[in-house]
Design a protein around this ligand. Sequence first.
Ligand SMILES: CSC[C@H]1O[C@@H](n2cnc3c(O)ncnc32)[C@H](O)[C@@H]1O
Ligand SMILES: [Zn+2]
Length: 429
Amino acid sequence: MESESILITGAEILDVNGVRRASVLIEDDIIREISADLSPGDADIVIDGHEKLMIPGLVNTHTHLSMTLFRGVADDLPLDRWLNDHIWPMEARLSGEYCYAGALLGCAEMIKSGTTAFNDMYFFMDDVARAVDEAGLRCVLSHGMIDLGDDEKRRAELKKSRRIIRKCHGMADGRVMVALGPHSPYTCSEELLKETASMAAEHGIKIHIHLSETEDEVKNVLESHGKTPVEFLDDTGVLGPGTVAAHCVWLSDDEMEILADRDVKVSHNPSSNMKLASGVSPVTKLIERGVNVSLGTDGAASNNNLDMIEEMKTASLLQKVSLQDPTALPARRVLEMGTINGAESLGIDAGVIEEGKKADIVLLNVRRPHLVPWRNPASHLVYSASGSDVETVICNGEILLDGGELERINENYVMEVAEEAAEELTSRG
Ligand SMILES: CSC[C@H]1O[C@@H](n2cnc3c(O)ncnc32)[C@H](O)[C@@H]1O
Ligand SMILES: [Zn+2]
């Protein structure tokens, strides 16, 4: 069935190319034309873009979507106690249906705050894929693998990853892609990492991993392997242009050089790093070395939301205060991180409003008291707006949010099912 064409008239467009006003015609999944001359008769659906800001769909490059079910549980703890004493015992009770419920809730939250694509590592990923398919978003999914040096566990984790690749890679008209997700250098053996590298090359798929998140991680990996986390991963072949490494907080200059040299994509997660008090990633130095740095929220239990507009502001303010330099990471730079850098990291031909690109587009209502006077789109988006200003979301040429209303999924139903799942999961023992 052919999809309906969409014309957005006269919106102010903001992306890495700057600001301009034009109408945008979407046909199928593609931005077909951008021009001042398009007229309402040119499309099946017309959206009035006046008093709206058009931006590319935001790209969240590090999530654990179903963790929405753990929002507000075990706050105010450091990473090791948070994971070992609280999150991992609760995750042992997860099922496919729970992960589906949490993922659907996460999709609703992301759509309503302007995210159109994300990079997710978790469990029961075929159920997460089902939720994403229904919600209409775009994603890269990986089964999170942990073997702790156990051979049997390693084989089982790789088998689960193979199954997800077979079942989900390319589903939902290509909106769902699959990657490999070794959890981290401190939970994965050298063998698992080496097999991950060769399996990723064999299938031509990406790798998603946590890297150098805490100072303890660096100490532990040095103790176990006699190498830093970056050196250890590099020796297994895991570091390459198709790898997205989340966090990257504790890096020496030499390690930054390795990441730059291997063209590793870094996902910066400022809210999670601040909340778990993990530290401050040297984002400015990484960018100076030419590393692609994008943005991720991490899971909703360590953030505690999935709002990428808030994440852009946090990223900017965190660099400014930690470097004591108000010019650090200005609004246009974090916009780049939240859009085109994320799209490039995930291999998605979007992240910018240009003819021929995938039609992943967001409109914000700028007639809001906190956005008046309307004078500097990049500044207002990053420093004054929030996800709740998002009014329309188009992903893959389809309207997912119209005037603030979810089109493909039922918001009340999603919240009810997730509430029930969260209650069952967190009320026991
Ligand atoms: C094996 S699936 C993913 C795994 O990662 C856990 N997780 C969530 N946030 C973080 C983080 O900041 N660092 C390390 N691990 C994290 C999540 O709970 C799952 O167990
Ligand atoms: Zn994480």
